[in-house]
Design a protein around this ligand. Sequence first.
Ligand SMILES: Cc1ncc(COP(=O)(O)O)c(C=O)c1O
Length: 431
Amino acid sequence: MTRSEALFQKALNYLPAGVSRDTVLRSPHPFYASRGHGCIVTDIEGRDFIDFANNMASLIHGHAFPPIIDAVSTQMRRGTCFTFGTEAEVDFAEHMCARSPAFEKIRFMNSGTEAVMAAIKAARAFTGRPKIAKVEGAYHGAYDYVEISQTPGPDCWGSQEAPNAVPLAAGTPQGVADDVIVIPFNNPEVALHLLNCHAGSIAGVLIDPIPHRVGLIPAELAFIHQLRDWTRVHRALLVFDEVITFRTEVGGAQTRYDVKPDLTALGKAIGGGFPVGAVAGNSDVMAVFAAGEHGLRLPQSGTFSANPITMTAGRVAMQHFGSDAVARLNRLGDLARTSISEAIQLSGVPACVTGTGSMFRVHLQAEAPRNYREAFVDADGKKRLARFVDSMLDAGIMLTNTCTGMLSTVMGRAQIDQLANGVLTSLRRLT
Ligand SMILES: Cc1ncc(COP(=O)(O)O)c(C=O)c1O
């Protein structure tokens, strides 16, 4: 029995399914990390992997980035959390607000899920309305409302013109589904029609500009602009989820669209490898976290929110991710997508690659999907995908289970070449 098999057997005694998050589930058992350095993760069997998963896109500088280690070590000796505010929090807030004109104020929390939840609750508090709209298939974390239509299948998703609001978790109250309007991605005509049907009761429209579960294809300019216009006219809020996509530009993917969302949910990479979430937005709306001008108020706290470890790591990570670093990583992303496309062509296997900036996703289908339904992978497809991801691991390349990769600043051409070789070998093994 390998060490990983033994550890999994032990884990099954204490953890349901042997894990604390579904993300690490794999058959026949999870891999167990021993250490990480730069872009390499070594597992407890002593095998090395180039890390293109980066803890689900949260490690923008790879593992054990020396400036973060130094700063966090110093802070750890001073204390890890207090029932006081800290300078670390204020300094990080200053840095983040300087990254985008849309971030007039920011409030920190501990995860992307919490950030999305707080943004939605802020939209409700500000507008006094109950409903939200979200894109079919988009992943926004584990808050009940945004879990609606996260993974619907053809058996329940309904028509394109009026997608069903499909709960994810058993036991989700019907009232939750009733308060979510599900809109199709990049289809402004249908989306606006659906929004119009509920105009007076929509608090906010939640949109990830490059939703990975929907296929990792960017939202079209017209789609975003029409949602922005609609929300203005109908006095609802436009809420961007940039928990992943913030990495694409210094001020997030929103700067590519020339729009200012009212609120933006942030997380992952801005924590420098520590648990983080944040909501940033315009002062008027963010005032709901204070005693709102409109008399509306959203009480919001978290024991570990803005702890100085995360705040320090986040500030250092973001200070090392200025315009030059972002541009370099995006160019590396271009190279990754081109190299993967070449590997796909060489293999002759029907597959394609999507993504933008420092993100890519391989699809085992010839045509790039344009929305969730086109990106949907059925049970057989999932098995094939798992074989591909396993084969990539055999080749020493770690991707997420959806075949998505996110680059880190410690990578270069050598890692991209190995990635492309791994893709070619793994595609050939599929045939
Ligand atoms: C777009 C998006 N929003 C929100 C979340 C939730 O973030 P967290 O896992 O930190 O709760 C994720 C996580 O993958 C995400 O990808």
